[in-house]
Design a protein around this ligand. Structure first.
Ligand code: HEM
Length: 408
């Protein structure tokens, strides 16, 4: 909807580029976030517009502009990763919120956790935990997929990555809960503080007794000859947890919602396991759900409008996966020839956990469909998509007939 007034809008923004749009609200009662973003892009709005909501910011909807922004970090900085500006965490998350050239130092720090061998070992743990979770819910014939599965598996993977004691899982889950589902904005900050305090204890233990794990590596690592400060250690460990949690949980929520309503796709995956790798890629393309944000370091032109230094621009990465070329990109087609997608971003910050994310999604599909081949969304469930930096389905009640009931 075009905005009828210039109130709260900077003077340089042309009137026809002002749209009343809240990035945190999306009209997707079918649980299809990416589809809703495509509808927004194709609705006739300007491809780049300013919204006065959430502190006032730009939104770029054209795929070429989104990729351009991601590939030009000297102009479009990652020092802000969400709107409004005040909502950005301090200390900044690393490497996510650090620009080149310093960014690479932090990225190198976490690279050892993401090698093919490390991911294979994390996948084993993820599979064990996924089976454990499914075995708990399967006999019940129902679950709330987000809390019972989607948010739990990535926590176990994160704990495996940092070699955290298994008995701390309830504590970590409580902290994550406060960060991810805060009952008030202050509980999110409390969650971050608790995470930092928990990590400080773990880091101290590794300093006293190094174990050759990721945290031991972080406490001895140096950047330009200096050990990492407490703020840097907090920045890196927080990003490792959050970057791999909301994103994987959100992606699993959209995949499970789709599969619950599409028995033919479920059957195809069960009957043709050779399609699994392609299916993971197709889901990643089709269910993209990350809205990135950049802050302008200097004035710049995109799509014929001038954005000023200090302004924020939101870029929905999903829109790069649905070219406007007449093909049916909204269809989920496991036999689609592989195409590139921007679900993991582009440019220097391209997701370093992409291999791990793919493994987690494949583990979910394999183990869930093996144990719960038929399932649907519970009747009367109202599907609500929640949008943050990553979108997710807020609550997804699923139902099925337990195996035991079928054999009686
Ligand atoms: C489906 C799941 C995932 C999606 C869609 C996703 C998406 C993304 C995107 C779009 C970025 C770029 C951010 C930017 O340009 O500002 C990113 C960066 C990142 N991701 Fe992922 N991610 C996923 C899973 C994971 C996992 C499992 C991890 C493991 C811990 C992870 C760790 C990271 C890190 C550390 C960065 C920052 C990289 C950098 O700044 O150089 N992600 N991710």
């Amino acid at each position: 909807m075009l905005y009828p007034t210039r109130k709260d809008v900077p003077d340089h923004v042309p009137l026809e580029r002002i749209v009343d749009y809240d990035v945190f609200r999306v009209d997707a009662p079918d649980g299809d976030f990416a589809g809703a973003m495509v509808r927004l892009r194709d609705s006739g709005l300007p491809k780049t517009f300013w919204t006065p909501r959430n502190g006032g910011h730009w939104i770029a909807l054209a795929s070429a502009d989104i990729i351009y922004i991601l590939e030009h970090p000297a102009v479009y900085s990652s020092c802000a990763m969400r709107v409004p500006k005040e909502a950005n965490p301090q200390p900044p998350m690393m490497p996510l919120m650090v620009d080149p050239p310093h960014h690479v130092h932090y990225r190198r720090l976490i690279a050892p956790a993401m090698t093919p061998a490390a991911v294979r070992s994390l996948e084993l743990g993820a599979r064990r935990f996924a089976i454990e979770l499914i075995d708990v819910v399967e006999p019940q014939g129902r679950c709330e997929f987000i809390a019972d599965f989607a948010q739990q598996m990535p926590i176990a993977v994160f704990m495996g990555m940092l070699d955290l004691p298994v008995q701390d899982r309830p504590q970590i889950m409580g902290i994550v809960d406060r960060i991810v589902r805060p009952d008030a904005p202050a509980s999110r900050m409390t969650g971050f503080a608790e995470l930092a305090a928990y990590m400080a204890v773990q880091l101290d233990q590794r300093r006293a007794q190094p174990r050759g794990d990721m945290l031991s590596h972080l406490v001895t690592a140096r950047i330009n000859g200096q050990l990492l400060s407490d703020a840097e250690l907090t920045g890196v460990t927080t990003v490792l947890m959050l970057a791999g949690l909301d994103t994987v949980a959100g992606m699993l929520s959209f995949i499970a919602c789709f599969l619950a309503g599409n028995p033919a796709h479920r059957a195809q995956l069960r009957e043709r396991p050779e399609l699994m790798v392609n299916a993971v890629e197709e889901f990643l393309r089709r269910m993209a759900m990350v809205n990135l944000t950049r802050e302008l370091r200097q004035d710049a032109q995109i799509d014929g409008v001038t954005m000023k230094a200090g302004e924020l621009v939101v870029i929905p990465t999903a829109l790069c996966n649905f070219p406007e070329d007449g093909q049916d990109w909204l269809a989920v087609d496991f036999e689609r020839p592989r195409t590139g997608h921007a679900t993991f971003g582009a440019g220097p910050h391209f997701c370093i956990g992409s291999m791990l994310a793919r493994a987690e999604i494949r583990v979910f599909l394999e183990e869930w469909l093996r144990r719960i081949p038929e399932f649907t969304i519970a009747p009367d469930a109202a599907i609500e998509v929640k949008v943050g930096a990553a979108a997710t389905i807020a609550c997804l009640p699923l139902v099925w007939t337990p195996r035991l009931a079928m054999t009686v």
